[in-house]
Design a protein around this ligand. Structure first.
Ligand code: FES
Length: 193
């Protein structure tokens, strides 16, 4: 596959050869695929990409996208087109916890900008960046459907609502203590704060 298909990220044949779903992830993928007729298999792409992102370090490398294409028997460029369209897929390495702060109307009116600035200062990064220790990345997002409890942020499958600076401190401390990758496919998510 051409590296042009994946923009700036180079394609590594050795890494591609090592890119294989775990047995458990493959079982889930096969279950998802079984929900669609063979000629509509591409419809399984979104959930399969979520599993791939969780399985392979929180982002979709060219090798991962190529692998997903082979599993679904579609063209790599079709995977790239979808992965590069939706903001919940990461096309470069990210921190273990990707903090997505909603910046749309309700959140904006209730202080989202200040929350973003507070996180930037606290983590010493800007929006779009990752902390040096690889623990946190910061993004802004459009409405995440929790407008009544603004301002809010999402990290993996967890929503954190009615944010204050104190809550942000606790959220970051908790994630740092936990120290693991958070993804949209987490089954143990909880609205902790
Ligand atoms: S405006 Fe922030 S969740 Fe809807």
């Amino acid at each position: 596959m051409s590296s042009q298909v994946h923009g700036a990220q180079p394609f590594d044949k050795a890494k591609r050869a090592e890119t294989v779903f775990s047995e458990e992830a493959m079982k889930t993928v096969q279950t998802i695929i079984s929900h669609y007729p063979t000629e509509k298999i591409k419809s399984a792409l979104l959930p399969v990409l979520h599993i791939a992102q969780a399985e392979f370090g929180g982002w979709l490398s060219p090798e991962t996208m190529d692998y997903v294409a082979s599993v679904l028997k579609i063209r790599p460029v079709e995977v790239f087109e979808v992965a590069s369209f939706y903001t919940m897929y990461n096309l470069k390495p990210m921190g273990k916890c990707v903090l997505e702060v909603c910046q749309t109307s309700s959140c904006w009116l209730n202080g989202a900008e200040d929350i973003v600035k507070y996180i930037e200062k606290k983590l010493n990064i800007h929006v779009g960046e990752t902390t040096k220790d690889g623990m946190f990345s910061l993004k802004v997002a459009e409405c995440l459907g929790s407008c009544g409890t603004a301002p809010m942020l999402q990290c993996g499958a967890s929503f954190h609502e009615n944010l204050t600076y104190e809550k942000v401190d606790t959220i970051l401390e908790n994630y740092r203590a936990e120290g693991r990758l958070r993804s949209y496919t987490d089954l143990d998510y909880k609205n902790t704060l």
